[in-house]
Design a protein around this ligand. Structure first.
Ligand code: AMP
Length: 222
């Protein structure tokens, strides 16, 4: 499948072109259409399958209508939130989001623990539509009223199984309870353990299930 067949905005296609991707990977084919249609998703997809673009691209498409070149922070509330277990994954996802949204007025940023809050605070105060975060640090920013989730439309739980393994369930529950119920939720996990199924049952609405075999996205196209 070609990205152009998905009806993505020209500005997003430019970002994809710059990455040199020709065709969508299997997980991208299966995830992007239902996400664009507004469905919730539970997907078994490992890193390396192209899963990041599979959720980032349709998210950008969906929130592009909110893009604004206004300098006012009020015009840049958080519309999409991606939660990841680790700083490394958060940074990777944020780099992808920044590349794909480069030709738009949407802003993407990342916050994670273990570093000073100051720089993150000023980025959040300026406003950002796509926020990638590790759960604990996000709760710190929420606690100090620097981050507000009341306008989040799309929530992604990336590597959800690892987040549960790392004991983030209470943090996830606190965060999800601050997001409007009228949202789209995308859950990515390497496995569908009973705990993951329970999480999906609690927070997803009639999700589309996607399972793709382990494979290497880059090898597919080189
Ligand atoms: P991910 O599974 O999201 O970590 O992506 C794994 C790698 O595949 C990353 O280096 C991506 O840049 C790359 N990638 C993602 N989508 C595509 C695509 N459609 N064609 C070729 N490479 C891709």
């Amino acid at each position: 499948m070609k990205f152009i067949d998905l009806g993505l905005d020209e500005r997003i296609l430019e970002g994809i072109d710059a990455m040199g991707y020709e065709n969508a990977t299997p997980v991208q084919e299966q995830v992007m259409v239902p996400v664009l249609e507004g469905r919730d998703i539970i997907a078994a997809a490992q890193t390396g399958t192209g899963k990041t673009a599979a959720f980032v691209l349709p998210i950008i498409q969906k929130i592009l209508r909110h893009a604004s070149n206004s300098a006012s922070p009020a015009r840049h509330p958080i519309r999409a939130l991606v939660l990841t277990p680790t700083r490394e994954l958060a940074v990777q996802v944020a780099e992808n989001a920044a590349s794909y949204s480069k030709h738009t007025d949407l802003r993407a940023a990342v916050v994670y623990g273990g570093v000073d809050m100051k720089e993150q605070v000023s980025i959040l105060r300026n406003g950002v539509e796509i926020l990638i975060a590790t759960p604990g640090r996000l709760l710190d920013h929420i606690g100090s009223k620097v981050a507000n989730l009341s306008q989040v439309e799309i929530l992604v739980l990336d590597e959800a199984d690892r987040m549960l393994d790392m004991g983030f369930l209470p943090d996830l529950q606190r965060i999800i309870n601050l997001i409007p119920a009228q949202r789209q939720t995308l859950l990515f996990s390497a496995t569908f353990s009973p705990e993951i199924k329970k999480l999906a049952q609690s927070y997803l609405r009639t999700p589309v299930t996607v399972e793709v075999a382990r494979q290497n996205a880059a090898a597919d196209t080189v």
